[in-house]
Design a protein around this ligand. Structure first.
Ligand SMILES: [Zn+2]
Length: 182
């Protein structure tokens, strides 16, 4: 009987005895044959607030509101997301939406899609910057003579991206990719 809820994570009471978790309850009642009265305490939902996510949204989340798509008017003070890929925390959740506090960031050594517009990046310098020449307003040609200069330039771009902030509601179905950053 208790094995049926073996995946349950919280505390529970079985026949009047409190247990911190299901494993302890199973152990205590392993030889017991009679009837079990199980009461489960409401699970404390693990807060996601401490977790940091990288979220990539479909392009329409970065477009200004239109009469056909007035989501940003209704939920985000008419402020669309400034970048397709951003980093931050979930502060609220509904069935269909996340409210997130986001900022731009370079999270990998090389990035394959422009963090701002989502276009494929081909130029090596752009890949280090995480943004294409248009979105990042930089040159296609590698202007750096040393690895160190490049690293400094990347750090500079990263700082700029980190200053791009956006707080608001994201439609879950508009999320192309979402991963927890460790
Ligand atoms: Zn771009």
């Amino acid at each position: 009987m208790l094995h049926l809820i073996a995946d349950y994570k919280g505390a529970l009471t079985v026949n009047g005895k409190d247990f911190a978790n299901i494993d302890e309850a199973i152990k205590a009642f392993s030889d017991y044959q009679g009837q079990l009265t199980i009461s489960i305490k409401p699970t404390v939902v693990e807060p996601k607030v401490d977790k940091v996510f990288k979220v990539t949204v479909r392009q329409y989340m970065t477009k200004p509101a239109t009469p056909e798509f007035d989501f940003h008017t209704k939920w985000n003070n008419d402020t669309p997301m400034p970048m397709r890929t951003m980093v931050g925390k979930i502060v609220q959740e509904t069935k269909g939406m996340f409210k997130m506090e986001l900022h731009g960031d370079i999270t990998e050594k090389v990035t394959d899609h422009c963090l701002v517009c989502g276009r494929t990046l081909t130029n090596p310098v752009s890949k280090y910057f995480g943004v294409g020449p248009e979105c990042g307003n930089h040159s296609y040609i590698n202007p750096f003579e040393t690895e160190e200069q490049l690293r400094q330039a990347v750090a500079e771009v990263r700082k700029q991206l980190q200053n791009v902030m956006w707080n608001g509601w994201i439609i879950k179905s508009a999320i192309e990719n979402m991963e927890e950053l460790i």
